[in-house]
Design a protein around this ligand. Structure first.
Ligand SMILES: [Zn+2]
Length: 266
């Protein structure tokens, strides 16, 4: 089971792993906390955008071979770094949710599916979006409640990412709001990463998953990450997106695994 904050997060972080596991015959389930109704789009945010984004999510999930898609139905807390002020947020914003209650809802699906593995985010929530931090908190607790054995924190190895972005910025003009420096403290340093999953074989599916989220690649002006990523030239794309990274807590230092279900020899 892959737990994400908003439709499109699965495309960026875990799409290759999901496609790989589905191709290997695993039942892959995708759960989002919110419909992402406060995302970027040329249309007005709100219910309608939520509907569009859920449709995009179903398309993406179909491309990746998911057997089931669920939305916990919380409100998207929005894009600003701290989720904006409380009165700017919807009543049921995910970051205002009782995390124990949310964890129980997620745990119920984990139990129903008898899931072997739950993928969440690292404690920083990647680049720090408050809904992503909440995914970490809620996901970790849900796995405890359901007794899910393997919890993987989806992340990005920031070392090569920062190197590549710096290199790319010499010949590619990023939008002004895309600040390469913010990536220096985002995600996880290479030494903490336990799983490096080679997903090069699933580049096509990952790209199609990203393309399914068309509403997020066109509108908006504050966070154009997906738009930027989709414009990355194909060879560079294959290089940057050929690997997906995870941290499994409690494994000895220096653990390097290549598959989500690979076990560290005891
Ligand atoms: Zn997100």
């Amino acid at each position: 089971m892959f737990f994400h904050a908003h439709p499109d997060d699965e495309a960026l972080l875990t799409a290759g792993t999901m496609a790989m596991l589905a191709a290997e015959g695993h039942r892959v389930v995708l759960v989002v906390a919110t419909a992402g109704e406060r995302g970027l789009a040329e249309m007005e945010p709100g219910e309608e955008l939520g509907e569009t984004r859920m449709k995009e999510l179903y398309t993406s999930a179909a491309v990746l071979g998911c057997a089931r898609v669920e939305c916990l139905g919380y409100g998207d807390s929005g894009l600003s770094p701290k989720g904006g002020s409380a009165d700017e947020r919807p009543d049921n914003a995910f970051i205002d949710a009782d995390s124990e209650e949310a964890a129980k809802a997620l745990a119920a699906i984990l139990q129903e599916e008898r899931a072997d593995l739950l993928a969440i985010y690292d404690p920083a929530g990647g680049y720090g979006h408050p809904d992503h931090v909440q995914v970490h908190r809620v996901g970790k607790r849900a796995a405890q409640i359901a007794g899910t054995e393997i919890v993987l924190e989806a992340t990005v190895n920031r070392d090569p990412l920062v190197r590549l972005l710096k290199l790319a910025s010499r010949f590619y003009t990023f939008p002004p709001e895309f600040d390469v420096r913010t990536f220096e403290s985002a995600y996880s340093p290479g030494e903490s990463i336990t799983h490096r999953v080679n997903v090069r074989k699933y580049t096509k599916q990952k790209r199609a998953s990203m393309a399914a989220h068309a509403s997020q690649a066109s509108g908006g002006d504050s966070d154009r990450t997906l738009a930027v990523l989709l414009k990355v030239p194909r060879p560079l794309y294959r290089f940057v997106f050929g690997t997906e990274w995870y941290v499994r807590r409690g494994l000895p230092e220096g653990t390097r695994l290549r598959h989500p279900f690979e076990q560290w020899p005891k």
